[in-house]
Design a binder for this molecule. Structure first.
Ligand code: ASP
Length: 333
């Protein structure tokens, strides 16, 4: 019997498995292609490959997150670690959602993908796969992470920042878990240990709006009639909203009065939302808005879906949203 670690690669789609003209590859031939173009991964571990689905990640829906989370939960005991192949476009949403559905995973779950298809001579896929498998085998970080180019990052802290660059992802408000180079540098941080739990319930009737000067608030008052259960606003700087004529504070108050949470994220990538910094933020706070603190938009939106899926009332949502579920925010004392 092999003494190598057992790794399950779960393919969900994206550029990595596409052919050279960008068509999703033939799922059945995928393992053959891995053997041909990324043979080293089979030296590093005992690798099993499974095609869960084969989608451009722009077409991934919350039901796909649930299917993926269910598969990982079902496989948790049987494999030593998991590498999920996923398109880059919505990878951060999937990693965030998984991190809340599978709390305190007992094995590493590393999501990766590539900017160029595996078959392309200049592809970044073999490198990303080799490091993802190597870090999975090492097993230092038992959480949902993303490996891309040279960084292993906490999944719910990531963002796709570049369309063309091989280093497409970053983790703006949290240091990488590992940085690979001639030698790998590891962070000393790890998630607090807690009991494993799996709960894939989520609420999909949420909305998100990016504010801009001249934003017409009237258009959004009917959100309550549309049966929206939560709203994420991408506001300016530290969480500021336009006041005065057509004040966004009216919309926040209206939703709050209907028991619908409004979360405020920032359009800025770095730093923390602070609704007390300016009058334009305080008005949002007084109207009932909830700060996303240093969470990414993706982490905040998926967390809203999860908490509402758990049946949180506005009051319990407020308390639960402020606290980290899976390292997605830094709680201030
Ligand atoms: N559209 C592709 C996807 O997200 C892009 C990629 O994989 O890089 O599935």
């Amino acid at each position: 019997m092999s003494d190598k670690k057992k790794i399950l690669i779960l393919h969900t789609g994206g550029t990595l498995g596409m052919d050279l003209i960008g068509e999703p590859g033939d799922a059945a031939r995928f393992k053959e292609r891995l053997i041909k173009y990324a043979p080293r991964i089979f030296e590093l571990a005992d690798v099993d490959v499974e095609i869960l689905f084969n989608k451009d990640s722009s077409n991934i829906r919350p039901s796909d997150w649930v299917a993926l989370a269910r598969r990982l939960d079902a496989c948790m005991e049987k494999w030593d670690a998991f590498v999920v192949i996923h398109g880059t476009d919505t990878m951060s949403f999937t990693a965030s959602a998984l991190s809340y559905m599978i709390l305190n995973p007992t094995k590493p779950i590393i999501v990766t993908g590539s900017q160029r298809p595996l078959m392309d001579a200049r592809s970044d896929a073999p490198r990303n796969l080799i490091y993802a498998v190597e870090l999975a085998v090492e097993g230092r970080f038992k959480e949902v992470s993303i490996f891309f180019d040279s960084l292993l990052m906490r999944g719910n802290r990531t963002k796709k920042l570049s369309i063309p660059s091989f280093g497409a992802f970053d983790s703006p408000n949290f240091p990488p878990l590992a940085k690979v180079g001639a030698n790998t540098e590891y962070a000393t941080t790890s998630l607090p240990v807690g009991p494993y739990s799996f709960d894939p319930r989520l609420e999909t009737r949420v909305a998100s709006v990016s504010l801009f000067p001249g934003f017409d608030v009237e258009t959004f008052f009917s959100l309550t009639e549309k049966n929206i259960k939560g709203l994420v606003l991408q506001a300016f700087g530290p969480g500021d909203i336009p006041l005065g004529e057509g004040s966004v504070a009216h919309l926040i108050r209206h939703l709050t009065e209907h028991g619908i949470p409004t979360v405020i994220c920032s359009q800025a990538l770095y730093g923390r939302v602070d609704l007390n910094m300016y009058e334009t933020g305080r008005a949002a706070l007084n109207a009932g808005a909830i700060s996303a603190q240093d969470m990414t938009w993706e982490a905040a939106l998926t967390k809203m879906m999860i908490l509402l899926g758990h049946g949180c009332s506005l009051q319990t949502f407020r308390t639960a949203f402020r606290r980290p579920l899976a390292g997605e925010l830094l709680e201030l004392p």
